[in-house]
Ligand binder design. Structure first.
Ligand SMILES: Cc1cc2nc3c(=O)[nH]c(=O)nc-3n(C[C@H](O)[C@H](O)[C@H](O)COP(=O)(O)OP(=O)(O)OC[C@H]3O[C@@H](n4cnc5c(N)ncnc54)[C@H](O)[C@@H]3O)c2cc1C
Length: 409
């Protein structure tokens, strides 16, 4: 019972992807649940996700698509609630969707379809919504519960508190560090946070020669050579005025650390060495005037304009030895650059780091030290790759906590 007269078994703080899903599962399992949010509208990140069409999951999601100190923590939740179950739910709600690229599933119409579906699922579970509210102190209430201060409501006494306040990206639509602060106040370790799935920026002076390629997109292979075991991504890269963006860069940004290089194969899938050597036959023109299939002209011009290639570029293609042509092809294949930083939380899709998985139970998402306190979604130190993996983690972790609450665990 609470001092407000409202009786709940659980309150979920944060009405985003994970919070709504958890509330729906717990509510449908018989628990009395309320979702609290400081914003007037729920699930703003779902609304803007996937360019407004929400890449709501991926057909194939495993822990290898997750980043964090211990991605294997996600195994239980992802196995219990695989993407096929979320796809079934989407089908049940007759939401039209399509596969875009590498298993990524998007709504045909709008991300609002997913929000409406989650709200309908919450309604089925008789979930109550309180917003906008400010959540104040969260304190243990004896051995088996929590007391939570809520503006305009008063004290709520519950057995379960679910922290689903998300990460720090896009503060202008309501991201806060509330969940991390609560964890730290309760001595729950938090892995250092930083922007991820984010464009990378370069020193303006060093970048100046490449800025001419702003707007150019091309398929590349990218890796973070200093990060042992980090994956290699074959995706599109986009040159910008300030640096690099596009799916390839967003992916590698989750692995890149300040002070490190990234390595880009700008010739992904094209054997430039053979093309350049074969091009010598009949190549009476200067190398810089060569017209090569698959080589964007802006890239070719910018590349040969670098001091290393001035003299090679000014020779007749036919007169060049194989060695400099091989070196030129290799320079395109192994372009090493050192970003100055990222575009930060303003532009990041997600936050890397968060509440340490060491402190949580993988089955219930509950704090090992604080019974009844659960952390789900992005606030946890599990970050997905680009491609629907972050939402799948939100759904799966939420489902795990929701089941645990419904079962009274
Ligand atoms: C531009 C953009 C596009 C994206 N596109 C995709 C995509 O297509 N596919 C994909 O898988 N992922 C995508 N993501 C990532 C995805 O949106 C998140 O990983 C996911 O929303 C995390 O869910 P969550 O419930 O943990 O947090 P959120 O969805 O961020 O929800 C957190 C909720 O907590 C509330 N809150 C915060 N602080 C407080 C507080 N102090 N008190 C009360 N409430 C609070 C917020 O208002 C919000 O409603 C995208 C992210 C961005 C920014």
């Amino acid at each position: 019972m609470s001092s407000t007269g409202k009786v709940f078994d659980a309150i979920v703080i944060g009405g985003g992807a994970a919070g709504l899903m958890c509330a729906a599962v717990a509510g449908q399992g018989g628990a009395r649940v309320a979702v609290l949010d400081h914003s007037e509208t729920v699930a703003e990140k779902i609304r803007i996700s996937g360019g407004g069409r929400c890449n709501f999951t991926n057909r194939d999601v495993t822990v290898t698509n997750m980043v964090g100190e211990n991605p294997r923590f996600a195994r239980y939740a992802l196995t219990e609630y695989p993407s096929s179950r979320f796809i079934d739910l989407v089908r049940e709600h007759r939401i039209p969707f399509h596969e875009k690229h590498k298993g990524q599933l998007f709504c045909d119409n709008s991300a609002q379809d997913i929000i409406d579906m989650l709200m309908a699922e919450c309604a089925k579970g008789r979930v109550q919504h309180m917003r906008p509210v400010t959540v104040g102190e969260v304190k243990p209430d004896g051995d088996d519960g929590w007391v939570v201060q809520v503006s305009g409501v008063g004290e709520l006494r519950v057995r379960h508190v679910v922290v689903a306040t998300g990460g720090l990206s896009i503060p202008k639509i309501g991201a806060t560090d509330w969940g991390y602060r609560l964890a730290r106040d309760l001595d729950i370790p938090v892995v250092e946070t930083r922007p991820a799935l984010v464009p990378l920026m370069f020193d303006p002076v060093q970048w100046q020669p490449f800025a001419a390629m702003s707007g150019l997109a091309l398929p590349v292979r990218v890796r973070a050579p200093a990060e042992k075991g980090a994956p290699v991504f074959d995706e599109d890269l986009l040159f910008t005025h300030r640096g690099l963006s596009g799916p390839a860069i967003l992916q590698i940004s989750s692995f890149w650390q300040p002070g490190q290089d990234i390595e880009i194969d700008l010739a992904a899938g094209v054997d430039w060495e053979s093309i350049l050597i074969a091009g010598k036959a009949g190549g009476r023109h200067l190398l810089k005037n060569a017209v090569l299939d698959n080589m964007p002209k802006r890239l070719w011009d910018t590349w040969l304009d670098q001091p290393d290639w001035h003299s090679v570029a000014a020779q007749r293609h036919a007169d060049l030895a194989d060695k400099p042509l091989r070196a030129l092809a290799a320079s395109l294949r192994q372009w090493r650059v050192r970003p100055m930083g990222s575009e930060g939380y303003r532009k990041a899709e997600v936050t890397r780091g968060g509440v340490s998985t060491r402190a949580l139970d993988a089955v219930t998402m509950q704090s090992k030290a604080h019974r009844g306190l659960h952390f789900i979604g992005e606030v946890v130190d599990i970050t997905g790759w680009l491609g629907g993996y972050n939402f799948q983690w939100a759904w799966a972790s939420a489902h795990a906590a929701g089941r645990a609450i419904a079962c009274g665990r």
